[in-house]
Design a protein around this ligand. Structure first.
Ligand SMILES: [Zn+2]
Length: 311
């Protein structure tokens, strides 16, 4: 309760501050005495070049102001409150995707800052959207569509000659049967290269052998699921009829052998918000968001564990 009251007070104070500051900026601009300075007036210039001005703050009575201060206030609220629909389920906010958003917009994932709003605006411009810097439903769905478009398009099931059977040591469940340890060959090579880079990163502290294999007790980065035949997928759907379309798709990228579910923490493949909130904070997930593209892997934004090899 204390925390809630405190953050509510912070929002109120911040909102008031932004309101005062923007009011002053507006009245300031309308005064004729300022008109001769219009070319140097940051507020006027901001209408043309908001990105340049994100770091170039005007000051009003000693308070730093950004042209994106109002957008930042709105993003702060939308991050938790935006309602949108995905996989025929109502979703709340975009806070689970902070890191992916930051990676895509090339900005630190701090949603309440003017710099973040400025980066949103730059991206909106590229997409032909109104560059207001606010990640509202329209812009958010466009960002989701962009991520979805980066995924595997061809979901033709892999033929046996395209697959290899990976050793049990690569798998989260070492008891997994050989038929369920198949991976598309080039995907497997890319996975091993990515794993070697992750092991070489001391911040991840992955427990490994001198040969660069993950030890049996190390769970992070191991493969939970790889190639799944259309027949096996049908069987899985029968076993859990409640699973949403997002969970067990009829045209699954897993048919290709190029989709890997990797262990990134928490309950391995549970889409509950609380579970994903744990997963998106693990160093392994954060490493994947920053580095997987170098190895040809693209995320499925909704499932932190699901990565697709798209080369
Ligand atoms: Zn998957």
């Amino acid at each position: 309760m204390k925390v809630k009251a405190h953050s509510a007070a912070t929002i109120v104070v911040f909102t008031c501050l932004v309101a005062i500051v923007s009011f002053e900026a507006r009245t300031g601009r309308s005064q004729s005495q300022n008109s001769k300075n219009d070319s140097q007036n940051p507020k006027t210039e901001s209408l043309v070049k908001p990105t340049v001005l994100a770091t170039d703050r005007a000051t009003t009575k000693g308070v730093a102001v950004s042209p994106f201060a109002e957008a930042a206030t709105q993003n702060f609220a939308l991050r938790n409150e935006l309602t949108w629909t995905f996989g025929s389920k109502q979703q709340h906010g975009w806070y689970l995707y902070d890191l992916l958003i930051g990676q895509t917009l090339k900005v630190p994932p701090a949603a309440a800052t003017p710099d973040f709003a400025s980066a949103v605006s730059t991206w909106q411009k590229q997409k032909g959207l109104s560059p207001n810097g606010v990640l509202d439903e329209n812009s958010w769905m466009a960002l989701v569509a962009q991520w979805q478009a980066d995924r595997l398009k061809d979901k033709t099931p892999a033929t046996p000659d395209q697959l290899l059977t990976a050793p049990p040591s690569d798998f989260f469940d070492p008891e997994r049967l050989p038929g369920l340890r198949q991976v598309e060959k080039t995907t497997y090579t890319a996975y091993k290269a990515m794993l070697a880079a992750a092991i070489a990163d001391p911040t991840l502290k992955l427990a490994h052998t001198p040969k660069g294999e993950l030890v049996p007790t190390e769970k992070y980065f191991k493969i939970i699921s790889s190639f799944r035949s259309p027949e096996y997928q049908v069987q899985l759907r029968r076993q859990s009829p409640g699973a949403g379309s997002a969970g067990l798709a009829t045209h699954s990228p897993h048919f290709t052998g190029r989709a890997l579910d990797l262990y990134v923490g928490g309950d391995p493949v549970d889409t509950k918000d609380a579970n994903r909130a744990i997963q998106v904070k693990t160093p392994v997930y954060q490493w994947l968001v920053r580095n997987a593209a170098r190895f040809g892997f693209r995320p499925y934004f909704y499932e932190p564990w699901h990565w697709e090899y798209v080369k």
